[in-house]
Design a protein around this ligand. Structure first.
Ligand code: C2O
Ligand code: CU
Length: 483
């Protein structure tokens, strides 16, 4: 059940009181009777209860002609797609058949804190042989991920797509496919724990050079399929096709393009943006984009996800019904669209016309955290403001506050920073940035700022979604109850 939070009306009432108090104190009020802040959607139960059993267990998996042993949900990688409607209740019985503890996190969804799946922060991890039931009302439509939040388990294959359809669809399309991208370590790459050992032994100098240790993966997958045996998505000429692009990979930013087609981005991290048409987009770990395209170019085309800064590629095929006889492009084809117009955060604008007020002398965020991202020098460890989780300060907030994070990247690697339990609004020059839950902070002094309303009480993880950065310290807890 959701913890008691402030409703929109109650919040405005309090904000109005605060403005009144300020006026009495002679400081001048915020304009009007309070600030209208765009918070995360509140859960309203309107629909049905959807039950799923997810067994987390070792499994055998075939990819690239090898039989691989790994861990996954319900015997498959990715785990089964979970699809429901906003307002439905999701009830998942997680049965832990792994040799170690586990949890599930509902990445991107502002769930009640106790359902958030962070071991040691929101729940006791589930022991081998035990079960745990996650249950919550799904508050808002979008494209999400569910995944293990224990150690490096994500990099074994304990993830799946979580699709929440809106009560009323207002996007016009004929067909939809979900593409789950992954960097595949097991097999030639050993276990994630082996990989972390190699990164640590390299003193942070592996792969990407100075301060940029990175993992080369033997395989990159779309929906669990290697490039030699790609998933094939059928379309008919004249259709409008929606793709949901999901990146639960542990360590890889993908650059995605569809050969022969331009892509119109309609949602970022599941939330609607003003449509913007591009040739290619980057998808960081933990990010999701929804795109639509017109199927107006019969043939067999490559849907390519090129791992940034790494060799190899992930791919799937787009096959027109009318072109059954055409042969597929070669497995290593890089469509020219990959080098075309690339989506940037500056292109993205919230479609619901919601924004935080302009900062003025009298009004602005109630709390600002300026945090540096650093690490990778000399040893493989990644820090937020010089601190390594769990040996790190809480980021305290109070319910109802308008909070701003300003992040500065002092390292040579990109960091997809993810906040649990809330959507934040990226600050960009449109004045109405997209609402997201994960955003890339670029290397070499890259800077990013976002605002959110503290409207979901609890203890919420904020961390880098590079699984190896998270595991070596790049995390904090945002804690309600600050002063
Ligand atoms: Cu997708 Cu804290 O994670
Ligand atoms: Cu990172």
């Amino acid at each position: 059940m959701r913890r008691p939070g402030l409703s929109r009306r109650e919040f405005l009432g309090i904000a109005g009181m605060a403005a009144g108090a300020l006026a009495l104190g002679g400081c001048g009020p915020f304009s009007g009777g309070g600030r209208d802040l765009p918070g995360s959607p509140q859960a309203r139960r309107t629909g049905e209860t959807r039950e799923h059993l997810l067994r987390a267990a070792p499994l055998e998996f075939e990819a690239g002609g090898q039989r691989l042993l790994t861990w996954g949900y319900e015997g498959d990688v990715p785990g089964p797609e979970i699809r429901l409607k906003e307002g439905d209740t999701l009830r998942v019985r997680l049965r832990n058949e792994l040799p170690e503890e586990t949890t599930i996190h509902w990445h991107g969804l502002p769930v009640p804190n106790a359902m958030d799946g962070v071991p040691g922060v929101t729940q006791r991890p589930i022991s081998p042989g035990e079960e745990f039931v996650y249950e919550f009302v799904v508050p808002v439509a979008g494209t999400y991920i569910y995944h293990s939040h224990v150690g490096l388990q994500l990099d074994r294959g304990l993830y799946g797509a979580l699709i929440v359809e809106p009560a009323k669809e207002n996007l016009d399309y004929d067909r939809e496919y979900v593409l789950v991208l992954d960097d595949w370590l097991d097999g030639a790459g050993g276990t994630p724990e082996d990989a972390l050992r190699r990164l640590r032994d390299s003193g942070g100098m592996m792969g990407g050079g100075m301060g940029g240790a990175t993992l080369e993966y033997p395989l990159y997958l779309v929906n669990g399929r290697p490039p030699e045996d790609p998933a094939t998505f059928e379309v008919r000429r004249g259709e409008r096709v929606r793709l949901r692009l999901v990146n639960p990979s542990a360590e890889t930013v993908f650059r995605f393009a569809a050969g022969g087609h331009r892509l119109t981005v309609t949602h970022a991290d599941g939330q609607p943006v003003e449509p913007v048409t591009v040739d290619a987009l980057r998808i960081g770990m933990g990010e999701r984009y929804d795109v639509v395209f017109e199927a107006d170019n019969p043939g067999v085309h490559q849907l390519t996800a090129a791992p940034e800064g790494k060799e190899g590629l992930a791919r799937a095929l787009l096959r027109y019904r009318e072109s059954a006889a055409s042969s597929p492009p070669p497995a290593d084809l890089l469509p020219k669209e990959l080098r075309g117009k690339l989506l940037t955060y500056a292109d993205l604008k919230d479609a619901r016309e919601r924004s935080f007020p302009e900062d003025t002398l009298l009004g602005g965020p109630d709390r600002v955290y300026r945090l540096t991202l650093s690490g990778g020098h000399g040893s493989y460890a990644w820090a937020i403001d010089g601190q390594l989780y769990p040996d790190a300060d809480l980021l305290e907030v109070r319910e109802g506050e308008w909070v701003r994070f300003e992040l500065q990247n002092h390292s040579m690697m990109v960091h997809p920073m993810h906040l649990h339990g809330h959507f934040f609004q990226l600050r960009n020059d449109t004045g109405r940035g997209p609402f997201k839950d994960t955003a890339l902070v670029e290397p070499h002094m890259g800077h990013l700022a976002f605002d959110f309303v503290a409207d979901n009480p609890g203890e919420w993880f904020f961390h880098c979604h590079n699984a190896y950065h998270l595991e070596t310290g790049m995390a904090r807890v945002v804690s309600y109850g600050g002063s």
